[in-house]
Design a protein around this ligand. Sequence first.
Ligand code: FAD
Length: 351
Amino acid sequence: MGSNREVSGEFTHRAAAVVVATGGIGGNEELVRELWPAGLGTMPDSFVHGVPASVDGAGMLAAERAGAHWIHQQRMWHYTEGIRNWDPIWRGHGIRILPGPSSLWVDARGNRLPAPAYPGFDTTSTLRHLRTTGHDHSWFVLTRKIIEKEFALSGSEQNPDLTGKDIRQVLSRIKPGAPGPVQAFLDHGEDFLQAEGVPTLVAQMNALAGEDLIDAAALERTIRARDAELANPFSKDTQITALHGARKYLGDRLIRTASPHRLLDPKAGPLIAVRLHVLLRKTLGGLETDLGGRVQRADGGGALPGLYAAGEASGFGGGGVHGHNALEGTFLGGCLFTGRQAAVGVLADLR
Ligand SMILES: Cc1cc2nc3c(=O)[nH]c(=O)nc-3n(C[C@H](O)[C@H](O)[C@H](O)COP(=O)(O)OP(=O)(O)OC[C@H]3O[C@@H](n4cnc5c(N)ncnc54)[C@H](O)[C@@H]3O)c2cc1C
């Protein structure tokens, strides 16, 4: 066992029932690196942390030392739209943008990402593609009009209207203007750049990257080609087609998708570039359990007496129940379900 697995904590079997509910491994950078999935290339050197350092896998590691079977260790889910928090709560704190569909997504050299790597489409395939580009970051290029309508930020502290259950504040999302937390990133976030034209924006992008990676004329051609497709009713640009599709649904039209417009339309400006980092977040594998949350032995000998697991530590139930391409936003449900099932298992065994 490598040193990065030596997180403190051992299980003794004095207690009748121990439920491991310590979350995943996303805050343990060394362990994530050791287990990084082969299909995703190499782990980036530069990234942001989407969970606190306490999510270090201590419970799973201790269970493994006690003989538990930790399956699908390579299954993990990391986001590609991470921004460095200007007001961090934990070390290297990154926030995930929950993006609407309109931003132009380009790699570190300014090349547009291929379909289906559009904002909010397919996280894992986008990550797979980005790991082939030779750089750790990518960019959203958008307009003020898009950021006002389409940027939402993940995390309870970024959504005071929802966490405060304030219906009036929630409804204010329909109003024009950027939501307060998004405006704060525009004002203070190191990854946010604004300019009136492409050459100035690209000069800022290259300065932030510390290298002249993007050619301003080439990026302007890419933007103009995208903008030209807006006038084509038979456009084969699948992102433009998706914009029109999203606008047909009232919910998206009201708060998630800006009316389609040219990125170079001065009325929609200024132009904005947002540098995106990989954001370490979720663990999809975990301690193998049965439907009563009983942790299974690595040697195939059945359940380990008195040891149960729930939540992300159990791969949301049994070890990777969501599969490789877990559906966005379904994690909490699995945590609640496996917590319930573990309680049922403990009660049945204590009777
Ligand atoms: C910002 C953010 C937004 C998210 N948004 C969504 C979403 O919209 N939808 C969705 O489905 N999922 C979302 N998730 C994922 C979801 O929150 C997690 O998968 C879920 O919280 C995991 O629950 P858990 O109880 O297994 O672990 P956790 O919530 O990580 O809780 C583990 C607890 O164990 C404690 N702990 C760890 N080690 C030890 C130790 N050695 N001793 C004692 N205590 C320990 C930790 O302090 C923590 O309190 C989000 C996650 C984050 C970080």
